[in-house]
Design a protein around this ligand. Sequence first.
Ligand code: COA
Length: 692
Amino acid sequence: MDNVTYACQGEIAIATIDNPPVNALSLGVRAGLMDAIERAGADPGVKALVIIGGGKTFVAGADINDFGKPYAEPSLYTIIDALAACAKPVVAAIHGMALGGGLELALACHWRIAAPGAKIGQPEVKLGLMPGGHGTQWWLRLAGPEAALEVATSGNPVGVEAAHKMGMVDKLADGDLLAGALEFARQLAAEGRGKRDIDALSAGLKNVDSQLFADFRKKNERKWRGLLAPQKIVDCLEASCHLTFQQGAALEKAAFQECERSPQSRALIHLFFAEREAAKVAGLSPTIKAAPVASAGVIGAGTMGSGIAMALANAGIAVTLLDLSEAAVSRGMEAIRKNYATSVARGSLSPAAADKTQALITASSSYADLAAADLIIEAVFEDMAVKEEVFRQLDAVAKPGAILGTNTSTLDIDRIAAATARPESVIGMHFFSPANVMKLLEIVRGAKTSDTVIATTMATARKLGKIAVLAGNAEGFIGNRILGAYGDQADFLLDEGALPWQIDRVLQDFGFAMGLYAMRDMAGLDVIWRIRQQQAAKRLPGERYSPIADRICEQGWFGQKSGRGYYRYEGRAATPDPEIEALIEAASAQLGITRKPIADEEALMRILCAMVNEGARILDEGVAQRASDIDVVYAYGYGFPAYRGGPMFWAEQYGLDKIYEAVCAYQRAHGDWWRPSALLAAAAKGKKRWPD
Ligand code: COA
């Protein structure tokens, strides 16, 4: 078979999986494995079989493209049955990753040996699925219920040393993996060691206290809000403690199929591919290579600048953190020190690793110290004049070819670039706060940004562990422009009769991590207020404008930091505020609007339609490369429920024709703010899909 080669070394047969890049279990691999198992079983000269991955990994799972489609035989289950029936020892030799179906294949092999640095895991939950292929049953019996719960519901991989201690891996290879596996197989064959006694392994499970599962559900209640797969995993693990292996496996299979059929899984699989697609830049010549980035500078030692410095240092890049005031840079360095100390206290970082990473960050208050940096990121106050001045200074000191990044969330990249004599080196890098934690990075290309600078910035983002999305230079780029549109729509709902806590509840019930108004309060209302004041002159006569946000700021209420905003705060706890209700009612009266109750359904649809219509405009204007990039931005940076796939995917599932009709109806009822995007109109009348 093409994807599996079969060979023998003495009395040991070797099946090598060859399906780059990750040896996913596509049909060719499954058929090749079946063939190898049957051949080894039937050949009297073969005493044992080793299954190993070619290339950089063992097997990263089922082929994700196959989910939701009829399964062609041989399925993974057929292979598992064949392995169970095989009378000769079968050893899985693991390097790189054994994930999902790949791990289940290894678990169905009778024994496992692994190379140092290898990882095993059950990431299915991240795709809205639960482990299939008996994964839950093996974890329960080999590693115990605590480990089974943690691994299957988090989806995070486990290092092979830990997996060995748990009993999931039988042997660690200390030299060449294949040589170690062959020796292990010879030894097993010589000793006549058969398979594990599953009944003996199951015996201890009967005494597992069901409180363990209740506590685990309670602990994760908030995190799993609205999600199907983790609940199914816990239910299956709990019930399996009182079942035989085969009964538990049947329960697992039924639950897996339920997850596979769910819209949540379709949405999360869409995001898996969307995330990888976002890394690709259309039209970039394949000859363009990313330049190395070994050292960096960050200008501005506030929350954002310090976070960016940590993100860079965490990726092993030496950083100079610069602020003109020494007090500011000391505050930034202190914040960084505290952040690493917290990670050490939590146990997520060893003291030695924290020291090593922190040592990569050097404080400075002189631009001259940035002269050797490959990449310099500005993170100063969001004001054009301030940023232009920073870039003039950078132009004077940065070495030729250095990338000059600006962490603006709204400003015109081309104007910032024009402050330098090298606009081709300037690029937007819109981080999300906290920058060392949040996954999303919007990378904004200016009119003159060079292809090499784009390629290098995208590659650096990947090195930082970020999910980068390339955006065009239009006000608000992708994320904040859509936020502006649906934020306006939510404000109009307040004008007409809704209250902030109703809107927030509706959004959270839909699955948003946080309500819009609670989010504004957390970010601080004064910054957006200042931007609104700057934009006031651009507002067209007769353009609809809600005065509520301005009225709140005029009271000196700037959100959480001042104890009052859309809500009243005690610490971080928000409560609805009757004074805000009165302020909103007064604003409606001033606008001449008679307030009336707004149904939750209407509030939700108006907000989502506003997002989608603006998303379509962004796509039409080329600000986003593809609809799925907008989904990635919203799922990773703006709290849109990932299990709904992002706003553009959600809209396709809901029906682009229905969205278009709703937008047209809103336009008739509420005026031209709701003018439908030409792309939405075309897609609604055509294939009802966004263009590829
Ligand atoms: N099925 C199909 N394609 C897969 C795949 C799978 N299980 N796993 C990875 N790929 C594809 C990716 O889509 C990507 O394709 P592209 O180059 O056309 O964009 C390519 O393989 C490389 O993947 P990428 O994620 O960019 O590589 P990486 O080295 O950063 O990460 C993994 C490798 C294995 C850690 C990561 O791909 C992963 O987590 N895969 C999913 C594993 C999983 O969920 N398995 C459970 C399924 S049962």
